[in-house]
Design a protein around this ligand. Structure first.
Ligand code: COA
Length: 286
């Protein structure tokens, strides 16, 4: 097939196939979204927030699009990790779209927060790991979006903050809850009350991110992270996510873990993993 852009239809969705020079692996882009780009690179799916001119501010439609795409990917068998990043060099996402919500009243604000919050929770519950590749400003809803992901890897120009109190509101996409869960109540309240931003080095020190790399290394690092998951059991990874989430869902996490552990013994992945160990070979979770 010559270099170019091709359209095809799969499971009712239009897909664009892009063949790029010097890249033997074609990118598959879903063409159904107005605010995000979703590209497939085999086991890796990259969702790029595509509002660079607005520093990737998260409007209501954009958040729903992320939710739809993550739900679609959770039905895929081949994708082993989803990377979310922002278009351009400057921002992951500079917050919820202030221009959009500036004239909202209470009812609209409640709908925005509840529906957006559902999407953020769906990311947290995704059985495929979601990695935030934080490439600049991650403020307000942008910081909240990174915290709904399972893993955060930042470039050294990343800046995190919850500046909502400057605008007369508290965070509305889970920021108060997840920031306290991830970095602890004291540091979270300090950031939330003062609206101060923290740089990538401080975010690493606080445990908000697990790795800081140069801007050039950010995407390769995240892609390698996902590629390394290929040798692990997808079923076990999904269970690890569920068990860990149980801690924050008022569930009896220890008992949930016992059941999860026991259930796993009846799965093909357990059979493959243990057989591969005994046969001194690498497991194939195909
Ligand atoms: N919502 C809507 N638009 C936003 C936005 C947001 N959260 N953040 C940035 N933008 C827009 C700006 O309005 C501007 O649009 P314009 O060119 O049409 O005027 C464009 O993105 C570029 O932003 P600008 O402010 O000119 O860039 P900067 O480099 O001077 O400043 C920030 C960068 C991040 C410091 C600044 O944009 C900012 O404070 N943004 C809001 C952060 C925030 O409060 N987020 C929480 C929202 S709940």
């Amino acid at each position: 097939m010559p270099l170019g852009i091709y359209a095809t239809k799969s499971r009712g969705e239009y897909l664009i196939l892009i063949l790029k020079p010097h890249n033997p692996n074609p990118y598959l882009c879903t063409a159904m979204y107005n605010n995000i780009i979703s590209e497939n690179q085999g086991v890796v799916q990259i969702i790029t927030i595509n509002r660079e001119e607005k520093l990737n501010a998260l409007n209501v439609e954009l958040i729903q699009e992320i939710g739809q795409e993550v739900a679609r990917l959770n039905k895929e068998k081949t994708v082993r990790g989803i990377i979310i990043t922002g278009k351009g060099q400057k921002a992951f996402a500079a917050g919820a779209d202030i221009a959009e919500f500036a004239n909202f009243g209470e009812a609209q604000a409640k709908e925005m927060s509840a529906k957006g919050g559902e999407v953020f929770t769906s990311l947290e519950k995704s059985k495929i790991p979601v990695i935030a590749a934080v490439n600049g400003y991650a403020l307000g809803g942008g910081c909240e979006l990174t915290m709904a992901c399972h893993v955060r890897i930042a470039s050294n120009n990343a800046l995190f903050g919850q500046p909502e109190v400057n605008l007369g509101v508290p965070p509305g996409y889970g920021g108060t809850q997840r920031l306290a869960q991830i970095i602890g109540r004291g540091r979270a309240l300090d950031m939330l009350i003062t609206a101060k931003s923290i740089n990538a080095a401080t975010a690493l020190d606080y445990g908000l991110v697990t790795q800081v790399v140069s801007p050039e290394e950010l995407m390769p690092t995240c892609i390698t992270y996902v590629e390394k998951l290929v040798g692990k059991s997808p079923l076990a990874i999904a269970e690890v996510i569920k068990c860990t989430n149980a801690l924050y869902e008022n569930m009896d996490g220890l008992h949930y873990e016992i059941d999860s552990f026991a259930r796993s013994f009846e799965t093909p992945d357990f059979n493959e993993g243990t057989t591969a160990f005994i046969e001194k070979r690498k497991p194939n979770y195909g």
